[in-house]
Design a protein around this ligand. Structure first.
Ligand SMILES: C[S@@+](CC[C@H](N)C(=O)[O-])C[C@H]1O[C@@H](n2cnc3c(N)ncnc32)[C@H](O)[C@@H]1O
Length: 217
C-alpha cells in the first residue's frame, strides 16, 4: 500500500478516530482551522449557496454552514468511518435532507460530486503528496469561493510532521503527513483565476479563502 491510497486513509481515519473527533466536536465545537475558514467564508456567501467539502471528516464545516447561509452540501471522503460520523451528526441537526455523502477521494469520485459555489479543503492537502493535483481537482469544482487550511511551513511544524511520519513508519502504517510550500500553493490558486480575500494563522495552521475573479468567469 502506498501513501496515500484510500486504504491508507481508511486506516488512518478509522472508526476510533472518527468517534473521538465527533465527541470532541460535540463537546468543544469546530477546530481552529474550521472556525477561521468559516470566518473567512461567511461574509462572501451568496444566497442559497452550495458547498462541497472535500475530506470533511466528521463534517464540521457543513454542520456549521448549513445553519448559516448554505442551502445544500456535499461531502466527499475516502474514510467510511468519517462519513458515518458526519451523517449521524447531520441527522441529529436535522440537516439530513440537505447534505449528501460520497465515499471516495476527489480523484476517483470527482464525477459523483457537482461543482459548488464554495469548496473547502480543511486540513486535507497535508494528507496528499501531490498538492498540485489535489488543488487542481478542488479548484475545478469551485464556482466562487475556495477555502483551505494547511500546516505552516515552520521548523517546529516540519519537525513534528517528520516525527509523526517516523512513528508511522516504525508501526508499519502507510499514511504520511506533508508540509507543502504555502507560496507555491498560493501561486497555483491565483494562476487558476482566484484572488485571496481572507488569510489567518494559528501557531501550527495557515488558512486562506479565495474568490474567483470576475475576469476568470
Ligand atoms: C486530517 S483529516 C481532516 C478532516 C476535517 N476536514 C477536519 O479538518 O477536521 C483529513 C481528511 O481528508 C480526507 N482526504 C485525504 N485525501 C483526500 C482526497 N484526495 N480526497 C478526499 N478526501 C481526502 C481524509 O479521509 C480525512 O477525512
Amino acid at each position: 500500500m502506498s501513501c496515500c491510497s484510500s486504504g491508507a486513509l481508511e486506516r488512518q481515519f478509522g472508526p476510533g478516530t472518527a468517534a473521538a473527533d465527533l465527541r470532541r466536536y460535540r463537546w468543544r465545537g469546530p477546530r481552529v482551522t474550521t472556525r477561521l475558514l468559516i470566518r473567512g467564508i461567511r461574509p462572501h456567501l451568496i444566497r442559497d449557496a452550495t458547498l462541497l467539502d472535500i475530506g470533511g471528516g466528521i463534517g464540521a464545516i457543513h454542520h456549521e454552514l448549513l445553519d448559516h447561509g448554505v442551502a445544500r452540501a456535499w461531502q466527499v471522503d475516502p474514510s467510511a468511518a468519517y462519513l458515518v460520523a458526519a451523517e449521524e451528526e447531520a441527522r441529529r441537526r436535522h440537516h439530513a435532507g440537505r447534505v449528501e455523502f460520497v465515499h471516495g477521494d476527489i480523484g476517483t469520485a470527482s464525477a459523483m460530486v457537482p461543482a459548488a459555489d464554495v469548496v473547502t479543503l480543511d486540513r486535507v492537502v497535508c494528507c496528499d503528496p501531490d498538492y498540485e493535483v489535489l488543488l487542481d481537482r478542488a479548484l475545478a469544482k469551485t464556482r466562487r469561493l475556495f477555502g483551505l487550511s494547511f500546516p505552516r511551513d515552520r521548523g517546529v511544524v516540519r519537525g513534528a510532521v517528520t516525527l509523526a511520519n517516523l512513528y508511522r513508519r516504525v508501526r508499519g502504517l502507510a499514511f504520511r503527513g506533508f508540509v507543502h510550500p504555502p507560496d507555491r500553493m498560493d501561486a497555483l490558486i491565483r494562476e487558476r483565476g482566484f484572488e485571496r480575500v481572507f488569510a489567518a494563522r494559528s501557531p501550527v495552521w495557515q488558512v486562506g479563502v479565495y474568490a474567483r475573479t470576475p475576469a476568470a468567469g
